[in-house]
Design a protein around this ligand. Structure first.
Ligand SMILES: NC(=O)NC1=NC(=O)NC1=O
Length: 174
């Protein structure tokens, strides 16, 4: 997608296009629209990152709390966003057996109990075994370290979602 097209978007269309690059946090895209004209996709990403990192810890944790559990209730009931559905199925979360679903439920519950926000990982960059391993491993972190680690994952998810929007748009243009 031509960056000049992005820069010409009304804020309504900008939020419509980019509003879910951070899961269920359209506020972020609505806020960074003010920084146009953007030089390129990386510039959009940099403004999103700057916005997230400028938040107080409670704001960062708020972003994390907008993420659906992996293999959790939303997946089971079919209420994931399109992006999350794609990401979770690509990571093998839709083909878990009942024992694996129970294991994810238990680990996610233990994690939420400990940190007060859900375990977040960039599903597109991980397979089922990695996710279970990371969840078990990161449970040992302290809250501050884990908050930062989870926000790093949010940034990876955001980068991939931004890229797929731009690439998909290029395909439809061609
Ligand atoms: N709790 C999560 O990590 N959720 C997710 N990660 C993704 O990449 N997509 C999700 O829905």
């Amino acid at each position: 997608m031509d960056i000049n097209v992005v820069n010409a978007l009304t804020y309504e269309d900008f939020v419509k296009l980019f509003g879910n690059v951070v899961e269920k946090c359209p506020l972020i895209s609505a806020a960074i629209w003010s920084h146009r004209p953007f030089k390129d996709l990386a510039d959009i990403e940099a403004h999103i990152t700057e916005f997230i990192l400028s938040l107080p810890d409670s704001g960062k944790e708020g972003i994390l709390r907008c993420h659906p559990d992996l293999a959790g209730r939303d997946l089971q009931s079919g209420t994931l966003t399109r992006e999350s559905q794609e990401e979770q199925s690509q990571a093998g979360m839709t083909t878990l057996d009942s024992a694996e679903v129970l294991q994810m439920y238990r680990l996610n519950s233990e994690y939420k109990e400990r940190f007060g926000f859900p375990f977040v990982i960039c599903a597109r960059l991980n397979k089922k075994a990695d996710i279970v391993g990371q969840l078990s491993e990161r449970l040992k972190n302290d809250r501050a370290a884990e908050r930062e680690r989870a926000i790093e994952e949010v940034k990876k998810i955001c980068r991939l979602r931004l890229r797929s929007i731009v690439l998909s748009d290029i395909q439809t243009e061609l």
